[in-house]
Design a protein around this ligand. Structure first.
Ligand SMILES: Cc1cc2nc3c(=O)[nH]c(=O)nc-3n(C[C@H](O)[C@H](O)[C@H](O)COP(=O)(O)OP(=O)(O)OC[C@H]3O[C@@H](n4cnc5c(N)ncnc54)[C@H](O)[C@@H]3O)c2cc1C
Length: 423
């Protein structure tokens, strides 16, 4: 059988690219170095796979801070709603959780991988597992096939590069795609860790006094060297033995790395425990509690309003004895406490390295890719999809969405182009 489309990488984007190319009538071969399909996909969402997000497609773009706008054309052809239809059509039912996050009802990422594998099987997509692609072959600027680690040459007029980024490298995403693309003249923008926890050397982190404390719906901001807010995320956060993690911290990580890249040694962060309350209103609320609970200690009186460990930490920071009867606390002290509640400053000095982060920022330069088809502008018949691209989204299902949608669009166009070679 002649192969029309070779997909390098049987991960998230590669499987969807193969489905789409085969649905458009192409003979498709997936080559992956692993013995199983979707090795990384199985890990996602804590093993449950946050497969996409239930927001309008145009809103999804704003949750992809790394070049989300490049995806307008992709989403006009295949978007998050199409992902949901695809899985429902395969009998994989999905459910919505907080912040629009979609998961399989089965609560297992295996359901997602199996849904894709079943469709690949129905469509007769060939698999070549435990095989690494070493070279993409071209002739006069046109793809002609690939060469594998056993020196086997497989010919095809179209190749979709779906080799992923550089995180969790034991899943097979070791960054091969960047090298394969560079050899063909493509440029790769600097890679950086994103959706990553933040590390701090501040005394309160080193002393582990807040370790394990999780805070709900806080505002976490990254500040620049002039103390200007670069970005704020309102989500949950978790203090750990090394710094701060949780959705708000992960979303800030890309911006922390940008500040560090500009030469900052430490990046200032601000934590607002009550992002939806003005400082004045909060102060008044605390003064009202002081009126009604004046004989209690400040700590006992305020623990309904503020998580106890965080309250103790802040009282200590503003040097108020937590056993002090509330009536003895001055208005100035209450102002200081309110200010800390709204703007608790700390510093971070790095994120986890790329391999331990959830997502790779940077990648194949988008200037060299046609956004309508995902085809290379430099080499005919070569397509790029998934995390390999210079595109990164927040946690919440946005990276898998980008991978599936770019995969689908590339698969469709590769099938169309490969059909011209049949005549
Ligand atoms: C722990 C973890 C949890 C995550 N959870 C979520 C989540 O819940 N929701 C979400 O949206 N995103 C999540 N992400 C991000 C998401 O998983 C990735 O963005 C997405 O899977 C990328 O898909 P991809 O197809 O580009 O790459 P991958 O899925 O990484 O696939 C790349 C494939 O290419 C193969 N390959 C590489 N080089 C070669 C070669 N030379 N020859 C042959 N094969 C090769 C690899 O073996 C691999 O199978 C998570 C990431 C991690 C690490």
């Amino acid at each position: 059988m002649t192969i029309d489309v070779i997909v390098i990488g049987g991960g998230t984007s590669g499987m969807m690219a193969a489905v789409s190319a085969a649905e458009s009538g192409a003979n498709v071969l997936i080559i992956d170095k692993n013995k199983m399909l979707g090795k990384k996909l199985r890990l996602t969402g804590g093993g449950r796979c946050n497969v996409t997000n239930n927001r309008p497609p145009e809103d999804i773009i704003s949750f992809i801070p790394g070049n989300g706008k490049f995806l307008y054309s992709t989403f006009s052809q295949f978007n998050n709603y199409n992902i949901m239809e695809f899985f429902e059509g395969q009998g994989v039912h999905l459910k919505e959780e907080d912040h629009g996050r979609m998961f399989p009802v089965a609560n297992s990422s295996k359901a997602i991988v199996n849904g894709l594998a079943q469709r690949l099987n129905e469509l007769g997509v060939e698999l070549k597992m435990k095989t690494t692609v070493k070279t993409i072959l071209t002739d006069n600027g046109q793809v002609t096939g690939v060469k594998t680690d056993t020196s086997e040459v497989i010919q095809a007029p179209c190749v979709i590069l779906a080799t992923g980024g550089k995180t969790f490298q034991y899943t097979g995403s070791t960054g091969d795609g960047y090298k394969l693309a560079k050899k063909l003249g493509h440029s790769v923008t600097p890679l950086f860790a994103t959706e990553s926890p933040l590390l701090s050397q501040d005394t309160f982190i080193q002393s582990k006094e807040l370790q394990g404390l999780s805070l709900r719906d806080i505002g976490l901001s990254v500040l620049d060297d002039k103390d200007k807010v670069v970005v704020t995320h309102e989500m949950d956060a978790l203090f750990t033995h090394f710094g701060i993690s949780g959705p708000a911290a992960l979303r800030c990580s890309m911006f922390v790395n940008q500040q560090l890249d500009k030469g900052a040694r430490d990046v200032s962060m601000s934590l607002d425990l009550f992002p939806n309350k003005e400082e004045d209103k909060l102060k008044q609320e605390i003064l009202n509690i002081q009126q009604t609970e004046s004989s209690k200690s400040i700590k006992n009186a305020l623990r309904k309003l503020i998580p106890e460990r965080y309250l103790e930490f802040l009282l200590n920071r503003v040097k108020i004895d937590n056993q002090l009867p509330f009536k003895q606390v001055t208005e100035t002290q209450i102002e200081q406490l309110t200010h800390e509640l709204k703007d608790m400053r700390f510093t971070v000095y790095k994120t986890y390295p790329i391999d331990k982060s959830f997502v790779t920022g940077g990648g194949i330069s988008l200037k060299e890719i046609n956004p309508k088809s995902m085809e290379s502008k430099l080499v005919s018949g070569l397509f790029f999809v998934g995390e390999l691209l210079d595109i990164n989204g927040y946690t919440g299902g946005y990276n898998i969405t980008a991978a599936f949608c770019t995969g689908f669009v590339a698969g469709k166009h590769a099938a169309e182009i490969s059909s011209y070679f049949k005549y």
